[in-house]
Ligand binder design. Structure first.
Ligand SMILES: C[S@@+](CC[C@H](N)C(=O)[O-])C[C@H]1O[C@@H](n2cnc3c(N)ncnc32)[C@H](O)[C@@H]1O
Length: 429
């Protein structure tokens, strides 16, 4: 049985967890319940996604989120698409938090009299009981589903990110909601917000579940990153919500609120086609080394991005996994858009090959070589014992700041053998 909540009438009695979302404008404090905050979609990600959804040709009808948690994604969809929304949440306290958060968003936007807000509802109950939910809503909402959003709960300490761990499960949700979608020539619109760590095999299984109900439904996989080389969200946009001819998309959310995300798209589907292959050559002075964003590689969009910023395309990959994917190339990268720089951890020209590994003893020698190349700073960009990193980086910073170098540089490790690459940052080289 579902309990109905009206976001324009709900109060915050009993809700105690309230926090400023770090990615939302100052003063936008959202409620959470039963430790729902870590599960909730950051406001900046939620709004960027809703803005992209606005560009899709969705049928008329309702936005439904059948496991809406604290309701942040739901409120973003409803306010940006200007459509009434229905959120369903198993936990009654989180359902109340969802309704309250939608009210907070509507107040912030001065939209309390808008139809999207007045007609939206939250239900406390089971999101897989679609007939039950629609029965309770009879007389309040009577529209087909324009988009079904699903961000299922997952165990926090999951190692496998198995599909069977998702609550509610994809197949239960698909089976329950199939009869209620609005008609659209490209099929029903769904947005599945899945674990960022799904393997290729698991992604294929998700696709098989979709094909089982809607054979051949259009699909676009979307990797979203907020930086630090991590994929924060992996979502599958389906049917009317997918983009024709786009199998994969990478979205880099910028650090500054209000800036446009960087979006890359490709029609290429398979991981074999899109993931770079190692192509290790001995390092040489005068070539360029770039350490790129690991999330960009994971999304399979790195070759698409390189087409825009490099004359050579894929170049020579010295490392393709881990936190510091390393590309060697003969011409400098030429970022076109301001956000292109967000995908470059470091780029520069190799000015020296150092065959002595880093140690307490070798740091002073490194300073001398850096000074020969007129450097004023040198950043260590290689794997090392976490206890050594601050010690050696601190020593480099102190010693170089006392001298009169002018250029910035970095040190990377070539994967074959113990060669360190001393590079001058590209803007200086
Ligand atoms: C990852 S959270 C959703 C977060 C949400 N996208 C947000 O922005 O706040 C998933 C939610 O699904 C709820 N849930 C799990 N099984 C459910 C079911 N059968 N029906 C409705 N909600 C369910 C959990 O209680 C949890 O709050």
């Amino acid at each position: 049985m579902h309990t109905i909540l009206d976001p324009s009438l709900v109060n915050d009695d009993g809700l105690t967890e309230q926090a400023q979302d770090k990615t939302a404008p100052q003063g936008m404090l959202f409620f959470h319940a039963k430790e729902g905050q870590p599960l909730s979609t950051p406001w900046q990600v939620a709004t960027a996604r809703s803005a992209m959804l606005k560009m899709c040709d969705l049928p008329k009808g309702l936005i439904v989120d059948c496991a809406c948690g604290s309701g942040l994604q739901l409120a973003a969809h409803a306010s940006i698409l200007q459509r009434p929304a229905l959120g369903i949440e198993l936990s009654p306290q989180r359902a109340q938090a969802s309704a309250k958060n939608m009210q907070i968003v509507a107040r912030q936007l001065k939209a309390e009299s808008k139809p999207w807000f007045k007609e939206s509802r939250i239900l406390a109950g089971d999101g897989t009981d679609a007939p039950g939910a629609l029965e309770v809503l009879r007389g309040h909402i009577d529209a087909p589903v324009a988009l079904l959003h699903l961000d299922p709960a997952r165990p926090r300490n999951s190692r496998t990110h198995g599909l069977d761990e998702m609550q509610p499960s994809l197949d239960d949700v698909f089976a329950a909601w199939t009869p209620y979608f609005a008609e659209h020539p490209r099929g029903p619109a769904l947005l599945l917000d899945l674990s960022p760590r799904l393997t290729t095999v698991q992604r294929n299984k998700v696709e098989a579940l979709v094909d089982n109900i809607w054979p051949g439904l259009g699909r676009t996989w979307v990797w979203t990153s907020r930086g630090r080389g991590r994929v924060d969200r992996l979502a599958l946009w389906l049917g009317a919500a997918s983009s024709e001819g786009v199998a994969r998309r990478f979205v880099r959310i910028p650090p500054r609120l209000g800036d446009e995300p960087l979006v890359l798209s490709t029609a290429l589907e398979s991981d074999e086609e899109t993931f770079p292959k190692l192509n290790i050559y001995p390092p040489k002075r005068g070539e360029y080394v770039s350490i790129l964003d690991a999330a960009l590689l994971e999304s399979g969009l790195v070759s698409t991005w390189l087409e825009g910023v490099s004359k050579e395309g894929m170049g020579r990959w010295a490392s393709v996994d881990g936190r510091r994917p390393q590309l060697h190339h003969d011409h400098p990268l030429q970022p076109v858009k301001r956000n292109d720089n967000l995908l470059i951890q470091a780029t520069g020209k190799v000015v020296a090959l150092i065959r002595e590994p880093l140690s307490d003893q070798s740091i002073d020698g490194l300073v001398e070589i850096a000074l020969e190349h007129n450097m004023k700073s040198l950043t260590l960009r290689l794997n090392m014992d976490p206890a050594d990193q601050p010690k050696w980086q601190g020593s480099l910073d102190r010693q170089l700041s006392r001298r009169h170098g002018e250029r910035d540089g970095f040190v990377a490790q070539h994967p074959s053998g113990d060669v360190l690459l001393l590079c001058v940052c590209h803007s200086e080289s």
